[in-house]
Design a protein around this ligand. Sequence first.
Ligand code: GLC
Length: 438
Amino acid sequence: MSAGARARTAALLAAAAVVLGGCGSSGSGGGDNSGGGGGAAPKLEGRGPITFATGKDTSGNMQKLVDQWNTDHPDEKVTITELPEAADEQRNRMIQNAQVESAEYSVLNLDVIWTAEFAANRWIVALPQDQFDLDKFLKPAVDTAMYRDKMYAMPVYSDGGLLYYRKDLLTKAGVSEPPKTWAEMKTACDKVKALPEAKSIGCYAGQFDKYEGLTVNFSEAVQSAGGTVVDDSGKPTVNSQQAKDGLNFLVDGLKSGEIPKAAITYQEEPGRRAFQDGQLLFHRQWPYQWAKANATDGSSKVAGKFDVAPLPGKDGPGVSTLGGHNFAISAFAPNKATALDFIKFFSSEEAERSNLLATSQAPTRSALYDEAALKEKFPYLPTLKASIDNAAPRPKVVKYGDVTAAIQEAAYSAMTGDKPTDQALSDLQTKLEELTKQ
Ligand code: GLC
């Protein structure tokens, strides 16, 4: 089928779905391509081979689950298409494909922040909410998959920021508790650096390269100083003292050397390698690092030597930015019935448990956080659950790409000394006001 024909079929299916749904929910404008939220299921048809476009399969467990699916579904085989490592580049690839209505990607592993943009542009189709037991999933994760009260994706992995710390070094330096504030973190680091073996250790790092990870880390710094990037009504709020304190935590850290210079280039993976190489005392990172840094095959120098704690903040515990990944179905791909079943399989309890065991990523199924055997193997689970429950979502806007680019620009220019903090934030406030204007 040509791309044009496929698009017409998709449009017809979408129109049919609206009819089947009875009516679009009121207030849901041009972006609709399905029936009402919890109501009649939009019909997803066609069975056969599909592809699954996703970021790097760092553990190999995705392929394992796909192999399992393929054994059970010889006529509906799934092929993984691996996308680049950075979130922004994954988004670019997916958008390029969608803009030419390419059928190359069937199931999309979407970052939680892209739902609005992909749904409003009709690049993904609405999912039949009544076929998913959403009550069994973490509510913050479910919220990221909804757009205008309809479900457009299924939350498969969640993510919450954690403070990884070298327990061995803290203990040796006489620090018995992980820090709850930035000031305590600095004091603890000074004590550890007085140990001969840790003289040159970096105090703290996160993801500070100019990409989505910087938006996450900037937002966390602002939130952890008591501020917000946008308020509950969606209004930008970065012209505040709290935002200034948050950004200055990063700016001053780089200036003083507590944050090593190299950290300005860190995405998740380079930072993880630095931590597991013993170069960092404290590291803000997602839960997937737990399994990697605990590997006992010689790849990590810190296996068994670290623990995790809630993120610290200015005057008390910090507030994570909500991360995670949702699976959606491309509007332009054939075999949508297969795609739907594949998503159900990946979000099944069995698949989520297998993923947790192999990767230490955050499940979206609440029950897994309470399973005794899992809690024993992954003692950080309660801390992670709290991080996710208290996390702040990033702005839920259709123009998310422009919003995140503006945040990255502002944070990076202040952190590299190109702009004073005040100037960077007031420019950002103006930019965000423009971008979020209704
Ligand atoms: C992780 C998170 C995702 C976030 C990205 C930033 O993959 O799950 O939500 O946007 O990191 O690098």
